[in-house]
Design a protein. Structure first.
Length: 350
């Protein structure tokens, strides 16, 4: 792949797809916007709100700390990552004289990347003195990623998202944010991720979902959203159009596991032997009834987040609107063909 993470330059959103400005109900194709004197796509990128480049800003780190304090116990580590992994974490940090930074692992975006985090600390100069400093240093080391979230929304639902300035997990439709944070703290990071992947078990394991999925390939999230879309010709305002949010998010805000890594841990949560789980899977949806092949070993296929996507107005790079499932089908077909080629090549050489 040309890009292991982030937007794939070989498969951009087609210029014919309309964009919508927050707070408006009109959508205009980008090719027409240029003709009418509006910004060209590259100018839109330059004018995007929020942090530029890979910089992660202080308010984002403060939001993370408000969700989970940077202190940790053995019991919480074991709940989040399993008893064996918790012992490995504690022993590794103790062996390197870094136990004072163990609390940084309480943030899931660090704990799920703990070996990479430990390697970064060992090379850091100067050495972070506190978990707060370590979170900021490591988070800025990882940088940001351009990723996507598509939702089937009518205008009223879209307005509520912008008023909240956040894309919330589905669980927040039923309970408040404090209750979702409690789900993560009492069930553990691993269980939350397994429940999201094996969603038929989610209600039994969690009752409500505190997680959210982002996808570095916009086609993936749009394919999923097509299953919830509806288009009302008599009253277009009631149409649940596919709205594609292009976002710039800190990598450290998301879980560091791929879908395959989550699947391989599922035995500890669901029972049974998960070691034979196949990484490739085909996902059918109305936009592509035959489905698209995805490799669960790629971080770009799906990155899990917890608690939602805050600071939406500052992170939003573009808001695209698909006016029909047919339009989406035509847009994703080249990507679907590429994915099929990758799958067939991988299976042939396995």
């Amino acid at each position: 792949l040309p890009a292991k993470e982030g937007a794939d330059p070989e498969f951009p959103v087609p210029a014919s797809v309309a964009t919508q400005a927050p707070g408006t109900e009109s959508a205009v194709p980008r090719c027409l916007r240029r003709m009418l004197g509006g910004r060209a796509p590259e100018q839109e990128e330059e004018a995007a709100l929020g942090p530029q480049g890979d910089e992660v800003w202080e308010e984002e780190f403060a939001w993370m700390e408000a969700r989970r304090q940077l202190t940790v116990t053995h019991e919480q580590l074991a709940l989040d990552y399993g008893e064996e992994e918790a012992r490995s974490m504690e022993e590794a940090f103790a062996d390197h004289g870094l136990s004072h930074l163990l609390g940084t692992l309480n943030w899931p975006g660090v704990g799920s990347r703990w070996q990479d985090f430990l390697a970064w600390i060992q090379a850091a100069a100067p050495l972070p003195e506190t978990p707060a400093a370590a979170l900021r240093g490591y988070g800025r080391h990882l940088g940001r990623v351009t990723t996507y979230r598509a939702l089937a929304l009518d205008e009223a639902a879209l307005k509520r998202i912008f008023e909240a300035d956040c894309i919330f997990p589905s669980g927040q439709l039923r309970v408040g944010s404090d209750a979702l944070e409690e789900v993560v703290n009492t069930k553990g990071v691993r269980t939350v991720c397994v429940a999201r992947l094996f969603i038929s078990h989610l209600h039994r394991l969690l009752r409500v979902d505190p997680s959210i999925s982002l996808h570095d390939d916009w086609q993936t999230t749009c394919l999923i959203a097509s299953g919830y879309a509806s288009y009302d010709k008599l009253d277009p305002s009631r149409s649940r159009k596919i709205r594609l949010f292009e976002l710039s998010c800190p990598k450290v805000e998301s879980i560091g596991w791929t879908l395959q890594e989550v699947a391989l841990q599922s035995g500890a949560v669901l029972g049974g032997d998960a070691s034979g789980h196949e990484p490739w899977f085909n996902f059918p949806a109305p936009a592509v009834p035959a489905g698209i092949w995805f490799d669960g070993r790629w971080q770009r296929t799906e990155r899990y987040g917890l608690y939602g996507v805050p600071f939406l107005s500052q992170r939003l790079q573009n808001l695209y609107v698909f006016e029909s499932v047919k339009e989406l089908n035509e847009a994703v077909i080249p990507f679907a063909h590429r994915q099929s080629e990758l799958y067939e090549r991988d299976v042939a050489t396995a």
